[in-house]
Design a protein around this ligand. Structure first.
Ligand code: HGY
Ligand code: MN
Ligand code: MN
Length: 439
């Protein structure tokens, strides 16, 4: 790609990420959650960019945005379809390469997490179109409607819907306003949730129709910056368990209840938060995070009767992650017992560690080496839609350096030059794949 057009493409990519980053449910910050009004506006904007690049655009019944580019060929004659001895056979449909990421965000998010992996492939396909390149395989660019798990505390509802993996239990999850996933879907697609699930499952691509899934994502960590590399390749996505721990004691008057007679739920929860931090710090690369704590009917002059906290535990190895979760819950029970509190633990999500496909990743490494000179493989501590897509098709992930490794923060930033390198890698990857799958 000539330097001029590369910079003009990276500038276009930056402009689009800035524009998309201004579509939010909350004034003054970037928050875009599952099937929200901002999600509708984001799909409209990104869908327009997809159409400009020549993609046929649709939205599925769980709010995923899907842009499809047919291949250059209707399909080469399939020997089986030729009846074995010549004759005109039904052309075998071309396979499809999936590229994508998520369009939802965490609260007060950065503008690159998710969005980069949807907008960059659109710019890459527009560049191939400008060059007159027609690929011998179809491409679908996917903007998943829910990956973060912010609204319903369970991640990947978008990619699960696309892959036909959403289940009845998912429909029952409720948000802070007690709205269920099923009701949210009914509002969005005006279809009965169960029928929506059946329709999604029927429309889900079959493994034999797919070439693979490539996701471009900011690293959300410090390794590429430390190694002075613009991009790297993901070897595996860490194992992850999320859940809710609820400590229950006795609400009471803050002024009249002696300390010795209290059963303070928040004090118990606070003791657990510090214990979880020390537990994980002593067991690297284990990480454990209490990201939210909720005190129902909390007030300054009331002893907290209940404290519900989220727990997010991750490790590259499944067994180590499961062991850590069990030990942390046991420690929470010990704290509760000593403080005469009740404790409940409700897992809301567990995903096994997901290795990326060796073959697809080897091809991606060749493209990274062709553009950057050398490649680096790293494990992703962050979860990604590739966890769900790996059940459907081979998965590869390209990481892009982000400043200070910062993410899930408004100051999240990837430099235009690094975005340009990622763009070149994806274009090289598409051209390389086209060579391996001649029409
Ligand atoms: O939480 C994560 O790992 C990702 O950002 N969804
Ligand atoms: Mn994220
Ligand atoms: Mn993400």
């Amino acid at each position: 790609m000539a330097a001029r057009s590369l910079t003009s493409h990276s500038r276009l990519l930056v402009r689009r990420l800035d524009e998309l980053g201004r579509i939010s449910d909350e004034p003054g910050e970037l928050t875009r959650t599952f099937l929200s009004p901002a999600m509708e506006r984001a799909n409209h904007l990104v869908g327009g960019w997809m159409r400009e690049a020549g993609l046929v655009v649709r939205e599925d019944s769980v709010g995923n945005l899907i842009g499809r580019l047919e291949s250059s060929r209707a399909g080469s004659p399939d020997p089986a379809a030729l009846g074995g001895k010549g004759g005109v056979g039904r052309p075998r449909p071309a396979k499809t390469l999936l590229l994508g990421s998520h369009l939802d965000t965490v609260r007060n998010a950065g503008r690159f997490d998710g969005a980069l992996g949807v907008v960059l492939p659109i710019v890459a396909l527009a560049e191939l179109r400008r060059r007159g390149v027609v690929l011998p395989f179809a491409v679908e660019v996917l903007g998943f409607s829910e990956e973060e798990g912010v609204r319903f505390a369970s991640a990947y509802l978008g990619s699960k819907g696309y892959a036909g993996k959403m289940c009845a239990a998912d429909l029952k999850l409720r948000d802070a306003d007690r709205v269920s996933v099923g009701e949210a879907i009914r509002g969005w697609s005006r279809g009965a949730p169960a029928a929506v699930l059946r329709r999604n499952a029927a429309r889900a691509p079959r493994p034999q129709q797919l070439l693979g899934y490539l996701e471009v994502h900011i690293e959300q960590g410090p390794v590429l910056e430390d190694r002075k590399l613009a991009v790297g390749v993901v070897s595996a996505i860490a194992s992850q368990t999320r859940g809710r721990l609820t400590f229950r004691g006795q609400a009471g008057h803050a002024g009249t209840t002696p300390m010795s007679l209290r059963r303070d739920a928040l004090a118990g929860a606070a003791e657990f938060v510090l214990l979880a931090e020390a537990f994980a710090a002593a067991r690297s690369p284990l990480v454990a995070t209490v990201g939210t704590i909720n005190i129902p009917s909390g007030a300054a002059n009331v002893i907290p009767g209940e404290a519900a906290l989220s727990l997010d535990v991750r490790h590259p190895n499944d067994a180590a992650c499961n062991r850590a979760v069990a030990q942390l819950v046991a420690q929470a029970k010990r704290i509760a017992r000593r403080r005469r509190l009740a404790l409940t633990w409700q897992p809301t999500m567990t995903h096994r560690a997901t290795p990326c496909s060796r073959t697809l990743t080897a091809s991606l490494i060749r493209s990274v080496r062709a553009v950057q000179g050398r490649s680096l493989s790293l494990v992703s501590g962050a979860g990604h839609d590739g966890v769900v897509m790996a059940a459907l098709t081979p998965v590869a992930m390209l990481f892009v350096r982000c400043r200070d490794g910062l993410s899930h923060h408004p100051d999240e930033y990837a430099a235009p030059a690094d975005l340009g390198v990622a763009l070149q890698v994806v274009i090289d990857f598409l051209l390389r794949l086209a060579k391996d799958h001649p029409s």
